[in-house]
Structures are given as C-alpha cells and as structure tokens.
Design a protein around this ligand. Structure first.
Ligand SMILES: Nc1nc2c(ncn2[C@@H]2O[C@H](COP(=O)(O)OP(=O)(O)OP(=O)(O)O)[C@@H](O)[C@H]2O)c(=O)[nH]1
Ligand SMILES: [Mg+2]
Length: 199
C-alpha cells in the first residue's frame, strides 16, 4: 500500500490556514481590527473616501479587501480577510466569503445608520455560508449609551438567535481583538464537535 509522506499528510490537515472574514458597515473598524492583530504588514486596498463619506471624519476606505495573518500555537494559522463596508463594493463580499470557516460582523455604535447597514450585510453573509459568526460592537467610547443597551440593540435589530455572541470591543485594542478571535475559534470548534456527534 502506498503511504502518504508524513510531513505532507500533516500539512494537509492541521497546518492548513483557516479563513475568517471581518465584515460590517462603513467605518466600523474592520481594517483597524486586522491591523491590530496581524503578524504581517496587512495588505490593504484603501482609497480616499468620496465626498459624502467625508462627514464621518475618515479619509480612507477599503475598496476591495484587507488581508492579515495570525498564528495560534505551532499549527493553527488564521488568514483574516476584511471586506469593504460600502454597498458600492458589495461584489467583493461574496468573493471574500468563499471558504470562510466563520465571520465577525462589526457594528459602529455611534453611527445611527450602522445597524441598518449591518442588517443588510448580515443577510448576505448568512446566504453565502452556514458558518459560525459573532457580532462586535465598536466605538462604544463615543456614545453615552450603556454597553448592555448597545448589545441588546444589536441583538434585536439583527434578530440574532440567543446563542450568538455579541460583544463590545475596541478594534484598536489588542486584548479585545484577541478575545474576539478566540471566541470565533471556539464557536467554530463547537460547530465541528456538534457535527461530529451528529455523525
Ligand atoms: N473611538 C474609537 N475609534 C475607533 C474604534 N474602532 C475603530 N476606530 C477608529 O475608527 C476608524 C475606523 O476605520 P477603519 O478601520 O478604516 O474602518 P473600516 O470598517 O475598515 O471602514 P471601511 O473600510 O471604510 O468600511 C479608524 O480611525 C479607527 O482608529 C473604537 O472602538 N473607538
Ligand atoms: Mg476598511
């Protein structure tokens, strides 16, 4: 019987990079999150924002994708893909979602339009793949609304099932981002276990 060489067999399973997508509306903090946690200089495709978006105070926006990488231990590599937030670049969302094992949806707590846009993005992402996801509420420092209310608001407006985690986080903060990554990996692990049990 022909044996698969050991090193090759190992690489084809545990060392295969896993893909997580970070999505969400304009200015929610997707590029920032990937910049904060990536071990390599991120590949970002940012351009100057159009005039109507300048009121946000942001001068650059993602037009195609962000890419970063993160490793856990010796044999778990995560490829992080950030999407554009604006609908006019919506064609990139499905392309970037190809092969993802989970996604993180960021919502801007201080932008009243953000949850409505997030609901649209969320609908699309649920269609692309049945994978675990979680919601991160950003910019909570720019609003007086208590965190619990922000979380409840997101849960209600996105009609999230109870088991889906919603967390307040600051994409500029490494500990917050690390915790988000561990949570999504945990969710993915749980899903795999549940599938294995179900046979
Ligand atoms: N105060 C505050 N600023 C934040 C927070 N998260 C991100 N930011 C800032 O908000 C801006 C977010 O910008 P990006 O990371 O470019 O957002 P994005 O989601 O990639 O935006 P698009 O690609 O244009 O859709 C950056 O200037 C961040 O430093 C937060 O929780 N609080
Ligand atoms: Mg961006």
């Amino acid at each position: 019987m022909r044996r698969v060489p050991k090193a090759k067999a190992h690489r084809s399973t545990s060392q295969r990079p896993l893909k997580i997508v970070v999505t969400g509306p304009f200015a929610a903090g997707k590029t920032t999150l990937i910049e904060t946690i990536s071990e390599v200089a991120i590949v970002a495709t940012e351009r100057d924002v159009s005039e109507h978006a300048l009121e946000s105070g942001k001068t650059r926006t993602t037009v195609a994708m962000d890419f970063g990488r993160l490793t856990f231990g010796e044999d778990c590599s995560l490829f992080l893909f950030g999407t554009p937030g604006q609908r006019r670049f919506e064609m990139m969302w499905e392309i970037l979602s190809e092969g993802m094992i989970g996604f993180i949806l960021l919502v801007h707590a201080a932008d009243p339009r953000s949850l409505e846009e997030a609901a649209h993005i969320f609908e699309q992402f649920k269609r692309y793949a049945d994978v675990p996801y979680l919601v991160g509420v950003t910019h909570s420092d720019l609003t007086d609304t208590p965190d619990e209310v922000l979380v409840e608001d997101a849960r209600r407006r996105l009609a999230l099932p109870d088991e889906v985690k919603v967390v307040v986080c600051d994409p500029r903060n490494r500990e917050d981002v690390k915790s988000l990554m561990l949570t999504i990996l945990y969710e993915v692990h749980q899903r795999i276990e549940a599938k294995a049990v179900a046979g």
